[in-house]
Design a protein around this ligand. Sequence first.
Ligand code: KG4
Ligand code: ZN
Length: 340
Amino acid sequence: SDQPLILGIETSCDETGVGLVRGTTLLANAVASSVDEHVRFGGVVPEVASRAHLEAMVPTLHRALAEAGAGLGDVDAVAVTAGPGLAGALMVGVSAAKALAVALDKPLYGVNHLVGHVAAEQLENGPLAEPVVALLVSGGHTEILLVEDIATSATLLGQTLDDAAGEAFDKVARLIGLKYPGGPNIQRAAADGDPGAIRFPRGLTGQRDLERHRYDFSFSGLKTAVARWVETAEREGRAVPVGDVAAGFQEAVADVLTRKAVLACQERGISTMVLAGGVAANARLRELTRSRCAAAGIELRQPRFSLCTDNGAMIAALGAAVVERDLPPSSLDFASDSSL
Ligand code: KG4
Ligand code: ZN
C-alpha cells in the first residue's frame, strides 16, 4: 500500500497498547493489560498502572512490529494518546512516542483518546461518514460525543457526573459478592435473573434533570439504591437474589445509556451511532442499543471487542486520519493532558 504506516501508542489507563495501521487497514494490535495487578484493590491503581506501562512498553512494541511483519524503519509517523487519562500513565506513552519520533526522525501526533475510540470503528467497517454520535462506555469514562470530523472536530455532548458505567458495574458487583472486573460477572449472574423483578432508578432522566443534564449520566444513585436493597434484604434475613439484582441493575444502566444516546442522535439529526469502550461488551447493552437504533432508523456501528477496549490501533487509526488531512504534527515538547 502507498498509505503511510502509522504507529499508535496508548497508555491512558491500565492497558499498554501499540498498534500499526495504514489508512483504515489494521496491521497489528498488541495489548498488555495490568488488570490482574489491580484485582486485589478492586479498581485501577494509578501508580501500579504507570509502572506496568514502563515494563510493558518495549515488549509490546516488539510484538506489534512482529505481528505486522514490519521494522521500526518502516514507520512513517507516530501517534500517541495525549489525554484524557491518568496523568502518570499518559506520560509513559508520550515519552515513549517522543523518543521514537526523535530516533526515527518522523512526525509525532498527540491525539485524543475518546476520539480514538471512534476511529477504531473505521478499522472494522471502513471509513465513517461523519457526523456521528458516539456512546463511549468503559471503566474510566462514560460519554456521548458528537464527532463532526474525526481528524479535527469533536464535541462532548454529555458525560457521567460521578462513576463511569464500568465503575458502577465493578462497585455493584462487589456489593453483591461478585469479583472484579464486575461487568462480565454481573452479566453472567443476570442471565439467571429477572430484569423486571426489581426496578432500580434511572439517573438524570426526570423532566428537570433532562433540562440541565440532557446527555449526562449519574450512576451513584443507582449504586446506592442497590446497596440499600441488599442491606434491607440482609436485615430482614432474606437471601439476596443475586441474579435479579444483577439483571435489574444491568437493565437500568443499559436503558439510560441507550435512551440518551438515541436522543442525542434524534435531536442533532445524526443517523449513525458508534458504540465503544469495555462496557460495550455487555450483551444486554448491545441488544438494547441495536433494537432502539433500528426503531429510530439509526445505523449502529461497533467494532469487535478487542478494538472496543483501550488499544494502540485506535490511536494509530486516528493518527492516520490526521496525517491524511495534512494537519501539522505536535511539537516535541507537547505535554500530555489528563483532562483533555
Ligand atoms: O475499556 P475498558 O477495558 O478499559 C478501562 O476502562 O480501563 O473497560 C473496562 C470496564 C470494566 O469496568 C469492566 O467491568 C467493564 O468494562 N466490562 C463490562 C463487560 N465487560 C467488561 N461491563 C459490563 N458488561 C460486560 N460484559
Ligand atoms: Zn478508553
